[in-house]
Design a protein around this ligand. Structure first.
Ligand SMILES: [Cu+2]
Length: 474
């Protein structure tokens, strides 16, 4: 008999850092189900830490980030979304290889009307760091704070590998002098056609410049999530000893971080960070700006006596089913994706509603970008491609624009492949891949998840103004 155990989700209103002992340690004999109710509703957040009145936000349970959802690999998550907002909404479970009907995109779900609710239910095949966020009017609802963290713990607990865990959700906010979200610029064409909306305040776990308590001599697993609308984060850890151990939830061979860490909107990274035994002064988590470091957070020593530092480098995380997928590059379905448009671009016209439309009319219609000459591929009858389940697809993506873009795939991960003589070198599996301007990358995926899925730029202003398409797996 399949025993189903309902357990409370680990909900933490503030301060997402927790010790490893707080992670559910005992493995249930059978898979279990975690349930939660999330009310999408207005609330307030002390983003500026008292420098202004609290910021009016929209958040899950009225807080930002929303409640931490945490379950074990292969378990089931049931979430009732209650919409207590004045407009329709939905939830996308970013990076989870999910049942298509639960993906939250407009391809598979009518947004939930105000006062209504929707029950999401899915299993979590891959361990890792994920997040959930609105997929309706993202340029407004993500701006207002509708996102939270979803952690899937490894089927076999890792308690001995780390002394601590920290979850760092990094966002930026465009606030006025009273600390309120600048509403006039929500969805502004200026942001859509340029680099998206960037803020004038940064937050880590919902507050500006928090202090993050770390154990001296300890090794902490840091899970970082970029929830910014559009800002690409160049993160600087100063002298701390940092290894990358997973990207977008998928394990990678531990590699020491030698430079700044680039985290595009939507992306996550898991790090192993060794805190020196004699650590005393606050260390800065910096965001590299053009010619300076913005101090996003401070690592400060906890009151605990120093631990004996490890002399081994971090162990690799166990592979996920996703990371074991094998590309068949002998005879892939080859797809070309030309990203066009935006300010300082060359696009003069694109198809809109099936008609070739000049750029001025496109701008008036709120569309300034196009995939393969189509400015509304998100609602087009024809998908970007249709693949048989289990087949390998290569996506030849060219960023023919003057802006970087973070390309996000729903329901799947993909990896960059580089032809190197006769061999092919695959990059890490990711669900969100940064394309700098002018770059051409060949990405490959195993189309193993049936349904209709979005592919879009995760700079949410771009996604809303032409940079969204879809594909079908049959
Ligand atoms: Cu973009």
């Amino acid at each position: 008999m399949n025993c189903t155990i309902t357990r409370r989700t680990l909900l933490k209103a503030a301060g997402l850092s927790l010790t490893v002992s707080a992670v559910p340690a005992a493995r249930a004999a059978a898979t279990s189900t975690t349930t939660a109710t999330l009310s999408a509703r207005p609330g307030h957040a002390a983003i500026t830490r008292g420098e202004t009145p609290a910021t009016a936000i929209w958040g899950y349970d009225g807080q930002v980030p929303g409640p931490l959802l945490r379950l074990r690999q292969n378990d089931t998550l049931e979430v009732k979304l209650k919409n207590d907002l004045p407009q329709p909404t939905s939830i996308h479970w970013h990076g989870i290889r999910i049942d298509n009907a639960m993906d939250g995109s407009p391809l598979v779900q009518q947004p939930v009307e105000p006062g209504d609710s929707f029950d999401y239910r899915f299993t979590t095949p891959d361990a890792g760091t994920y997040w959930y966020h609105t997929h309706t009017r993202g340029y407004e609802q993500l701006t207002r704070g509708l996102y939270g963290v979803l952690i899937v713990d490894e089927a076999e607990p890792l308690a001995e590998s780390f002394d601590q865990e920290h979850i760092l959700v990094i966002d930026d906010w465009l606030l006025d002098k009273e600390g309120q979200i600048d509403e006039e610029t929500i969805g502004a064409m200026m942001h859509m056609s340029h680099g998206g909306r960037s803020g004038n305040w940064a937050s880590v776990n919902g507050v500006n410049k928090p202090e993050i308590s770390v154990d001296r001599g300890g090794r902490t697993r840091m899970r970082l999530i970029n929830t910014c609308n559009a800002r690409i984060l160049d993160l600087d850890f100063g002298e701390l000893d940092v290894w990358t151990i997973a990207l977008d939830g998928q394990p990678v061979a531990p590699a020491r971080l030698e430079n700044q860490l680039v985290l595009a909107p939507g992306q996550r990274v898991d790090l192993a960070v060794d805190i020196p035994e004699n650590f005393s002064e606050p260390k800065i988590l910096g965001i590299a700006m053009r010619d300076s470091i913005y101090e996003a957070a401070y690592f400060v020593a906890s009151d605990k006596p120093p631990l004996k530092p490890r002399d081994n480098s971090p162990e690799a995380l166990a592979d996920n089913p996703q990371s074991k997928l094998v590309l068949n590059l002998d005879n892939p379905l080859k797809v070309t994706l030309d990203m066009q448009g935006g300010a300082m671009g060359r696009m003069r016209e694109a198809s809109l509603g099936g008609k070739m439309t000049d750029i001025r009319t496109l701008v008036r219609s709120g569309k300034v970008w196009a995939f393969n000459g189509i400015a509304d591929m998100d609602t087009a009858q024809q998908p970007l491609f249709e693949a048989r389940r289990g087949s390998t697809v290569t996506l030849d993506i060219t960023n023919n624009t003057s802006w970087p873009h973070a390309m996000h795939l729903h329901g799947h991960h993909f990896r960059q492949i580089r032809a190197d003589g006769n061999s092919v070198t695959p990059g890490p599996w990711r669900d969100t891949h940064l394309m700098e301007r002018g770059e051409q990358h060949t990405m490959a995926l195993v189309a193993d998840n049936p349904g209709d899925w979005l592919i879009h730029c995760h700079m949410v202003e771009h996604a809303a103004s032409g940079m969204t398409g879809w594909f079908r797996v049959t």
